[in-house]
Design a protein around this ligand. Structure first.
Ligand SMILES: COc1cc(-c2ccc3ncc(-c4cccc([C@@H](O)NCCN(C)C)c4)n3n2)ccc1O
Length: 285
């Protein structure tokens, strides 16, 4: 069992305002007393006793911490420290002040292809690194992509919320029913063995949303959404995609592929001509 720092987190950090809360717990701004540096603290109530349903399973928090400790990349939220008390575990992570990509898109409705590519390149660099460490995120969505700065054309992107993440062990099968219906891959819904390719399906959905403001499989209910995913029921409707390049649509179509073995990897995406245009020399050949 992992053991985290048993000191009182408030001895080292001044606890500030609540930044947000959700299934993941509560996120608050914290200030390191020794340096004055600002961080974010994710405060997680831990289940006490087998019968309790309140709070997080300690094991699942340990898995999240283990995943975060294995990841050091500019486009992935950095973990700095972990404290635990009798009923709470606190993850100290880098503060990301530019808000969620989800809100950024909501304000602009949709992005130009150039703007979308700038975001996608950074997300894909983080995802490619994560996959190279045999770690899948399994909850990639615009709400879990935060902006260090929200000034275009160079937004600094950070992937957050590794509460659903999984580190693959050679030869081990992994299945999960978790995730957000609009973004989960068909193999998740069918409870099939998963791989990092499930994240790449989510990247196809995210790209579709960045370019149109629409969610490709969204139904009136979660059940309808899941049916649309499994049935591959989506289209590039003229109203929202008449100005979208064939290369952008090709990129999405090579991610929204039912057979996970045929789906583009993050590395494939970074080499796709929509993301990495050919140089003059390559064109001249
Ligand atoms: C360590 O795990 C997480 C960290 C964070 C995190 C990390 C750094 C950071 N700096 C600022 C914020 C922040 C600011 C406003 C709202 C939120 C949060 O409520 N929404 C984040 C996305 N949400 C859908 C998970 C988080 N965060 N959130 C959020 C969810 C996590 O599961």
């Amino acid at each position: 069992m992992a053991v985290f720092k048993l000191e009182n987190v408030e001895d080292l950090y001044e606890i500030g305002e609540v930044l947000g809360s959700g299934h993941f717990g509560q996120v608050r701004e914290v200030r390191e007393r020794a340096s004055g540096a600002r961080w974010a603290g994710k405060f997680l109530k831990i289940r006490r006793g087998a019968g309790s349903r309140l709070g997080m399973e300690r094991k699942s928090v340990e898995r999240e911490v283990e995943v975060l400790q294995a990841l050091q990349h500019y486009n992935i939220m950095a973990l700095r420290d972990v404290f635990e008390s009798r009923a709470e575990i606190v993850l100290i992570v880098e503060l990301i002040s530019g808000g969620e990509l989800f809100d950024f898109i909501a304000e602009k409705e949709s992005l130009t292809e150039t703007e979308a590519i700038e975001f996608l390149k950074q997300i894909l660099q983080g995802v490619s690194y994560m996959h190279s460490k045999h770690i899948g995120h399994f909850d990639l969505k615009p709400e879990n992509v935060m902006l260090l700065s929200n000034t275009l054309p160079n937004p600094d992107v950070k992937i957050i919320d590794f509460g659903m993440a999984h580190r693959f062990i050679q030869g081990e099968e992994y299945r999960s029913m978790g995730g957000t219906p609009q973004y989960i891959a068909p193999e998740v819904i069918n409870y099939e063995p998963l791989g990092t390719a499930a994240d790449m399906w989510s990247m196809g959905v995210i790209t579709y949303i960045l370019l149109s403001g629409l969610s490709p499989f969204q139904g009136y209910t979660d059940e309808e959404t899941l049916r649309n995913v499994v049935g591959m029921v989506y289209e590039f409707d003229d109203q929202h995609f008449s100005q979208t390049s064939a290369m952008a649509k090709d990129f999405i179509q090579k991610l929204l592929v039912k057979d996970q073995k045929e789906r583009m990897t993050a590395e494939d995406c970074l080499l796709h001509p929509w993301i990495k245009p050919l140089t003059r020399t390559q064109i001249a050949k």
